[in-house]
Design a protein around this ligand. Structure first.
Ligand code: A3P
Ligand code: MG
Ligand code: MG
Length: 384
């Protein structure tokens, strides 16, 4: 599905007659409107990476990148081990917005702006800057019946910056998690510790501390139709084979999921889990997900690899299932809607786009509000 070189205009803009997805109400999220040819999505190129250490400090390098070590056929990893005494949890009430990506941009400007005569202001040569996770939410929106989202957008020197705002519902959920849910959120990170080593030649250390402040992030550039994108996303680990292809093709996404025992569970896994897994990894060009299937007590009983390119075939037997083309076309149309809407080029102005399940995407405009997110240090340095 990646297009490597040339822009291929879609000759079949199969909007059903009289059903333009944009109306006075906003942007429609109805699936039928997005069932047309797959849009051009260029092979994502890694333009850099950065690391966040155990105290969430930024480093313009790959020091936190880990190496995947294939587990045993019958792993028996106990994901509950260490939850009480060897776990340092990131404070998720701290909202970092785009700050780490903006730091990366300042440290790597020469890779992004062409200092040509036409580009006197040294603007970035991209249309959108955002987190991969925000784009994942856009891709899954036509199928999202439970959780809404809020995305703040600011146009600054002709680049559109997209930063998520936590919804009231999400804040309430975060503040009212059960003990069981808190512990289950740890399981995914514990699985990473069982399967990742710090260096090419070392082994995983399940006796160590799990610190969820630590992260390795790739920064990729790509294009969706006529939208030039720059985004960053966390990467769990890479293939340790030195002959593996370069990034992002050597990267591996790790996941845990409840073991599948019934046809109903299999169907739900295809319809809901694989949608999220596909969207998250397809965007940055990460080619495979390694899944640890665990029982009710958090013991991993099997491990399976899912190549991202095979997921769309795996789900074809499900009736009424999600479609990659709907995800990508919706995202593309949302970005066009944002370009059309966010006209005022001013860092103190935020257009707040809002989605509630089964509704259209709408927006509101905010000047000098709590929603402004581009920091002074970024605007000062980039305009230099
Ligand atoms: P699982 O994916 O195995 O559930 P990621 O998979 O994106 O690398 O994230 C690592 C882990 O962080 C997840 O492991 C999960 O435990 C936790 N996590 C990520 N996103 C989350 C979310 N929205 N809510 C709760 N936990 C989340
Ligand atoms: Mg991760
Ligand atoms: Mg993961």
């Amino acid at each position: 599905h990646y297009k490597s070189k040339h822009f291929k205009p879609s000759h079949h803009q199969q909007y059903h007659s009289g059903s333009n997805p944009v109306s006075s109400r906003g942007l429609s999220t109805r699936r039928e409107l997005y069932e047309r040819d797959f849009p051009v999505y260029k092979q994502p190129v890694e333009v850099g990476s950065f690391s966040l250490d155990s105290r969430r400090r930024f480093f313009n390098d790959a020091r936190q990148l880990r190496y995947y070590v294939e587990p045993d056929k019958e792993p028996n990893f106990d994901l509950r081990d260490g939850y009480k005494d060897r776990f340092i949890k990131r404070d998720d009430s701290v909202k970092e917005k785009l700050d780490h990506i903006l730091r990366w941009i300042l440290a790597n400007r020469s890779k992004l702006s062409s200092k040509s005569a036409e580009n006197k202001s040294c603007a970035l040569d991209v249309d959108f800057v955002t987190w991969r996770g925000h784009l994942t939410k856009l891709l899954t929106t036509p199928y999202e019946a439970r959780e809404g989202w809020l995305l703040a957008v600011t146009r600054f020197r002709d680049t559109l910056y997209i930063s998520e705002v936590e919804t009231e519902a999400a804040r309430r959920e975060r503040e009212n998690r059960t003990g069981r849910h808190e512990e289950m959120m740890y399981w995914g990170y514990k699985f990473e510790q069982y399967t990742c080593a710090d260096t090419v030649h070392s082994s995983p250390d399940p006796g160590g501390v799990v610190n969820t402040n630590e992260a390795f992030c790739t920064v990729v550039q790509t294009r969706l139709a006529d939208h030039r994108l720059l985004f960053s996303g966390e990467v769990d680990c890479r293939d340790k084979d030195p002959n593996a292809p370069g990034p992002p093709a050597c990267y591996i996404e790790l996941k845990t999921s409840a073991e599948i025992c019934t046809p109903k569970q299999r169907s739900n896994f295809h319809r809901f889990k694989l949608l999220k897994w596909w969207a998250q990894s397809f965007l940055p060009g990460v080619p495979r997900v390694v899944a640890g299937f665990r029982d009710h007590d958090g013991v991993v009983v099997s491990v399976e690899t899912f190549p991202i390119s095979k997921i769309s075939h795996l789900i074809k037997n499900e009736q009424n299932c999600w479609k990659p083309t709907v995800c990508m076309n919706f995202c593309c149309d949302f970005l066009s809607f944002v370009k059309q809407t966010v006209t005022e080029d001013d860092p103190s102005v935020v257009y707040l786009f809002s989605y509630e399940p089964h509704r259209d995407v709408t927006y509101s405009l905010h000047r000098d509000s709590q929603y402004s997110f581009l920091p002074q240090w970024y605007m000062e340095e980039i305009t230099r």
